[in-house]
Write a protein of this length. Sequence first.
Length: 200
Amino acid sequence: MAFELPKLSYDYAALEPHMDARTMEIHHTKHHQAYVTNLNNALAGGEWESKSLGDLMANISKLPVAVRNNGGGHYNHTLFWEIMAPGSGGMPSGDLLDALNRYFGSFEKFRELFTNAAMTRFGSGWAWLVNTGSELKISSTPNQDNPLMDVAELKGTPLLGVDVWEHAYYLKYQNRRNEYLAAFWNVVNWKEVDRRFRGE
Ligand code: MN
């Protein structure tokens, strides 16, 4: 069963004005679609063709770079669409908020550290909130790598991720990654981050 581009649960314009509709549409229908197509092409006819995305990530060091780049791209963007939603933003609550307070000092401090990880990722990549199994940590990865990959410096389950490739923000924010990251907090779907935190 080949991988498929997931449908978004909201319209391309639903995250306006923080994420503009044109960027959302190109990002989903062109960039994410290309990762899916190229991943399927890279796996076609090989022994890894029927493996899950999780299996691919966990064994990525043994796989061709096209699987790393495009499999990572497919996983990362699927997560990215889900951890954003219209009418979101604000703060998490309950156990997730308690955990952020415990590991980072406060929610505000968490936001500052996460934003810093995203700002200081040179070139293209992602910043992450990661559950290592024993604690929550912040990391960033280059290109389309992610914390599920066996090559990741910090391994664990991604709870929240932000795309800092220029294609994610250039049309609206041009080179102003800081403004894009500030806007990102207005669309974070904390319900979904909490679902991931609870291991569902
Ligand atoms: Mn992207």
